[in-house]
Ligand binder design. Sequence first.
Ligand SMILES: [Zn+2]
Length: 337
Amino acid sequence: MTCALCQEREANKKNTHYLTDGIIRSCLNQDGSGEREKGFYFDLSNKSAFVEFNFQRETSIPKLEESLGREPTLEEIEKAKQIPFSVDYVFCSVCEDIFTSIESNFMDNILPKFRESDLNNNEEIEIAECREIRLFFYLQLWRTHICEQTLKLPEHISESLREIILTYETVDNEELDKFPLSITYLQTLGGLKEYTTNFVGFTNDKNPYLIFMNDFIIQFFDSDKEIRFFDFHGLNSGNYQKFVNQNEGEFKVKIVQNKERKQLLNDIIKGEKVKQTLKFYKDSFNKLWFMMFGGNPPIQITQEYINEITGDEFDILKYSKERIVELTRDFIMKRLK
Ligand SMILES: [Zn+2]
């Protein structure tokens, strides 16, 4: 296979992390010891709507079961054996050096402004090194597009980013700064272990494309025409526009304080669960209706059913299976009268 970046040389490199290891490592580690082997992460893909758990090798099965509330499936265990967010034979070793250069620049010069600074009571931070910060996050986005099915950029955007990365030393600022890019930093206090409560993963949303990288959240738009308010469980509450950088002098990063970070992550998990649970009941109701009446229920009826069992939508998570069966039976009986 030919390398996806240079499109010339043989893709001879094994174990390329497409989300920078130095950023996500502490999140994927359940005991915070700095090794990558332990821990679990989430796939926030909307395909499955649910927050799907994925495991790494060596993650203890009891810990997995505790997190899942059930036994992992064979497929999940198989997944656990792979090194997450890494690929073999997609890039060449020459291009890997380009990645390393962009990543080192960020890790050495930008990251300490976040992880090693006192950000208490700061709502934002301005970064003068726009090139370094943009190149770093473009790299995450583009490599994820190349390596993952869930996050897909349009071909012309992918090509623009490829050229920017390939010519990272000389590309002019005008070309570099044209894409709307928003970065949120989640202040993570309480030692290394706290990082494991953050997420690593992405959704299949578009405009913005969304990537969670431990204490950083990336939102990217194809162009300024695509900028819109994106309500993702409170992620963009407050002055949303202000943090969409484009042709900027200094790059503005939104800071979410530690306490709000916990709330945000909790809201995301809960919200995604509700979405998945609703879908599950809707599908089950449709199936049941089909079995009883030999056709699909009118959309209106399905909606009435969902309204009936939800009330306040978060209540849906509290019902037992028996209670749902009961509610469904009552609903259909009422229809039959
Ligand atoms: Zn290459």
